[in-house]
Ligand binder design. Structure first.
Ligand SMILES: *[C@@H]1O[C@H](CO)[C@@H](O)[C@H](O)[C@H]1NC(C)=O
Ligand SMILES: *[C@@H]1O[C@H](CO)[C@@H](O)[C@H](O)[C@H]1NC(C)=O
Ligand SMILES: *[C@@H]1O[C@H](CO)[C@@H](O)[C@H](O)[C@H]1NC(C)=O
Ligand SMILES: *[C@@H]1O[C@H](CO)[C@@H](O)[C@H](O)[C@H]1NC(C)=O
Ligand SMILES: *[C@@H]1O[C@H](CO)[C@@H](O)[C@H](O)[C@H]1NC(C)=O
Ligand SMILES: *[C@@H]1O[C@H](CO)[C@@H](O)[C@H](O)[C@H]1NC(C)=O
Ligand SMILES: *[C@@H]1O[C@H](CO)[C@@H](O)[C@H](O)[C@H]1NC(C)=O
Length: 497
């Protein structure tokens, strides 16, 4: 969600400030959205009526989000064009329905209804998406996408215009408030600006706003959706970036370069009208985090991982397979976090793991994705406290193991949804280690009978900011190495199979 990782080290001061405000507003909005979730269509900001725990709240958000009922009303936005506008209902029913085609009607003996798919699908659970074919014109400085409709009469009463925020985390109001809104319109030829630049390839318009800068969100909200939406074009596609973040482009250069052969266009400031034979506004994404459902897409998470291996020239397809008497050591990478949720006894953990036979490295992810990808790919076991760094799981070889250390404070749902579940489709094995109160540095900050320990639930009820400020920001982890040992032994057993 909106961890402070959002204010990642790499941000410029200015952006930090902007995002700081954004995050603050975001939190307000999330709080607001909870109200909507629990009491849909009530007025703005009634007393925060949060009857459920934060975790349950997240879940609700997701479920609601998933049902689609949480976002815009799902009006049947079908555009109909008829050759005979006075046809009776019966004729309409009997008429042949042609989908997806817009060629002029030649058979005049019987009214033929051309049913055009709505330009935008706003029933997708995690992001609105528009697939627009034809004479598509984009004017960046007015954030508008036009489809020229020449032959058709645009029927009154139909929606021919949509407002779309092209970031794949619909329902998360904080994220969406950090994403520019675009208008997509079906318009008559006369109302549309003329083309200044004609392109022969399709375009994909997507945002680098939202929660970008948080490694988890970079992957789950942008990189994987972008792969899903654009891989099919084999590089023959033009990317149009809204809410451009230059550091984001630098961070994922290898991926962007592979997916598109063309220079990125920073579309927001463009005064020229760019024209395309087809445009996708928004990105396809799976309902689950860090996932691709192969039954709904032509790709799977295995394909995505192979794609990453090719982008970053990663050597290892498979984790080590331990055999008795073998001398090669399994590699353990500890994701260290410096500011929050850090391990306070990395030395001790390293020593214990080395005694078990691991070769241990501790590292904090940097903006150099290529370098970190290579390090992660060379490992057999990746461990870390719940946090965005664990998204590097995508670079692990097959049959490697992710160990998520779950901090104190009711993280179960987040831990499972963000990293536990997604490993299943990645050919990565998953182990979870839930710390005891004693292993949390919160014991040094609050007396044992404090509500922080006695009733984390009541703090979650106060909202995300309260929850985050205690359990995410103030908590470090001093692993009880004897207790944790069992988990590392289990990982060794898994590497034997
Ligand atoms: C439309 O259909 C009505 C009833 O079938 C018919 O009377 C009329 O002449 C038709 N108009 C055109 C323009 O085809
Ligand atoms: C027009 O449609 C009718 C009914 O579907 C069909 O019998 C006829 O052959 C069609 N004529 C042309 C010119 O396509
Ligand atoms: C829109 O998205 C929904 C949900 O995924 C899907 O069932 C439906 O077929 C899509 N509609 C169109 C016109 O693509
Ligand atoms: C058109 O869209 C608006 C906003 O999305 C909605 O309020 C309105 O009911 C829609 N109208 C029709 C005819 O679908
Ligand atoms: C773009 O293509 C259209 C239609 O083919 C043409 O009328 C127009 O002059 C072209 N514009 C430019 C700038 O090439
Ligand atoms: C966008 O640029 C065009 C061409 O310079 C200009 O005519 C138009 O007024 C601009 N629109 C906005 C909203 O700035
Ligand atoms: C992109 O990655 C694919 C593998 O997923 C590879 O086949 C292709 O050569 C790469 N293209 C470029 C331009 O790097």
């Amino acid at each position: 969600m909106m961890y402070n990782d959002l204010l990642a080290r790499s941000f410029s001061k200015h952006e930090k400030k902007k995002l700081g405000y954004g995050a603050f507003f975001g939190c307000l909005l999330i709080a607001l959205s909870f109200c909507t979730v629990f009491k849909p269509y009530l007025g703005p900001l009634p007393a925060l009526n949060l009857k459920q725990s934060m975790a349950a709240g997240f879940k609700m958000l997701m479920v609601r989000d998933t049902s689609g009922s949480y976002s815009k009303p799902l009006a049947p936005l079908t555009h109909l064009s008829e050759t005979n506008t006075s046809s009776s209902q019966e004729t309409v029913k009997a008429a042949k329905i042609v989908t997806d085609k817009m060629e002029p009607v030649t058979n005049k003996t019987e009214p033929v209804i051309k049913k055009m798919e709505p330009l935008c699908n706003v029933t997708e659970r995690r992001g609105d998406i528009c697939n627009i074919n034809g004479d598509v014109r984009i004017q960046g400085n007015s954030s508008s996408v036009f489809l020229v409709s020449s032959e058709m009469s645009i029927l009154a009463g139909n929606n021919n215009s949509w407002s779309i925020r092209p970031y794949a985390r619909k329902g998360d109001r904080a994220a969406m408030s950090l994403t520019k809104e675009w208008s997509v319109k079906l318009s008559g030829r006369n109302e549309i600006p003329t083309c200044n630049k004609n392109h022969s390839v399709p375009a994909i318009l997507f945002s680098q706003g939202g929660y970008t800068g948080n490694h988890f969100h970079d992957f789950t909200d942008v990189v994987i959706p972008l792969y899903l939406t654009s891989r099919q074009y084999n590089g023959e596609v033009q990317f149009l970036i809204t809410d451009k973040r230059p550091w984001w482009i630098a961070k994922f250069e290898a991926i962007l370069k592979n997916l598109s052969r063309y220079e990125l266009i920073d579309i927001d400031k463009e005064e020229e009208v760019h024209c395309f034979p087809s445009v996708v506004v928004g990105l396809k994404r799976d309902v689950k985090e860090l996932s691709i459902d192969p039954s709904k897409n032509s790709y799977s998470m295995s394909d995505f991982k192979e794609f990453l291996r090719s982008c970053y020239s990663l050597k290892n397809a498979n984790a080590i397979k331990l055999r008795d008497g073998q001398r090669k050591k399994p590699q353990l990478l500890i994701i260290s976090r410096k500011r929050t949720r850090s391990f306070t006894n990395i030395g001790e953990i390293t020593k214990m793991a080395s005694r078990l036979g691991y070769k241990v490295t501790a590292a904090e992810p940097t903006m150099n994705v290529a370098k970190f990808a290579e390090l992660v790919n060379s490992c057999d076991v990746l461990m870390g406290v719940h946090g965005a760094g664990l998204a590097n799981v995508v670079f692990l070889p097959k049959n490697a193991i992710l160990i998520q250390v779950v901090p104190f404070g009711g993280f179960e749902w987040l831990a499972r949804t963000y990293y536990g579940e997604p490993t299943k489709d990645m050919n990565v094995k998953y182990l979870e280690y839930k710390i005891s109160t004693k292993e949390s540095t919160l014991v040094q900050q609050y007396p044992p009978d404090h509500v922080v320990f006695k009733d984390p639930y009541s703090i979650q009820k106060q909202g995300w900011i309260a929850f985050k400020s205690v359990y995410l920001d103030k908590q470090n982890v001093k692993l009880d190495v004897n207790r944790f040992r069992t988990t590392l032994v289990k990982a060794l057993e898994l590497l034997h199979r």
